[in-house]
Design a protein around this ligand. Structure first.
Ligand code: HEC
Length: 149
C-alpha cells in the first residue's frame, strides 16, 4: 500500500512540475555555485578581502555592467562589452555561463576575442535531457546571484 501512495505522490509532483514553470531555487543555485564556481570566484558579502581567485568577485554581479569589478583585469572583450553598456541580465548570464567565449565573440563582433573563463555549463553535443537540466541549473544559479546584493 505504501508503495502505491508513494507512486501516486510522485506522479502528482511530476504533473505539477510540468504544468507550471517551476520556481527557480536559489538555495540549490548556491550549492551549484559552491561546486562549480567557487574555485575561481569569491561571492560572499563584504568583499573578497585577502582571498585571491582567478575570476572576478561575483557578489553584486547581477545587473552590473560587464567587466567592471574594479580590482580585476578583464580580457579586452569584456571591457568592450561594458563600454557598450551591456549588463548582466538573466539572458546574458544564461548564455554566457553556457559557453563564455562564443558569447564574448558574438557580442563584440570579434571572432578572435578571448575569454579566460575556462568553464562552461553546456556539455559538447548536449542532448535534450542535458539541455533541460542546464536550464534548471541556470535558472537556479541566476536566482541565487540575484540574492547577492
Ligand atoms: C576555471 C575558473 C572559473 C570557473 C570555474 C568559473 N569562472 Fe567565471 N570567470 C572566470 C574568469 C577568469 C573570468 C574573467 C574572464 C576574462 O576576463 O577573460 C570570469 C568571469 C565571469 C563573469 C563576468 C563577471 C564580470 O564582472 O563581468 C561571470 C558572470 C562569471 N564568470 C560567472 C561564473 C559562474 C556563475 C560560474 C559557475 C557556474 C563561473 N563563472 C565559473 C573564471 C571562472
Amino acid at each position: 500500500m505504501k508503495k502505491v501512495f508513494l507512486a501516486a505522490g510522485m506522479a502528482a509532483a511530476v504533473a505539477l512540475g510540468a504544468g507550471s514553470a517551476e520556481a527557480a531555487d536559489a538555495a540549490r543555485g548556491k550549492q551549484l555555485m559552491q561546486q562549480k564556481c567557487f574555485t575561481c570566484h569569491y561571492f560572499e558579502p563584504g568583499g573578497p578581502g585577502k582571498v585571491k581567485k582567478t575570476g572576478p568577485y561575483l557578489f553584486g554581479v547581477y545587473g552590473r555592467t560587464i567587466g567592471t569589478w574594479d580590482s580585476f583585469k578583464y580580457s579586452p572583450g569584456y571591457v568592450a562589452l561594458g563600454q557598450k553598456g551591456m549588463t548582466w541580465t538573466d539572458a546574458n548570464i544564461g548564455e554566457y555561463i553556457a559557453d563564455p567565449k562564443p558569447f564574448i565573440q558574438k557580442n563584440t563582433g570579434d571572432p578572435k576575442a578571448r575569454s579566460n573563463m575556462s568553464f562552461r555549463l553546456k556539455v559538447p553535443n548536449e542532448n535534450a535531457e542535458q539541455a533541460a537540466q542546464r536550464k534548471t541549473d541556470t535558472d537556479d544559479i541566476i536566482a541565487f546571484l540575484k540574492t547577492l546584493k
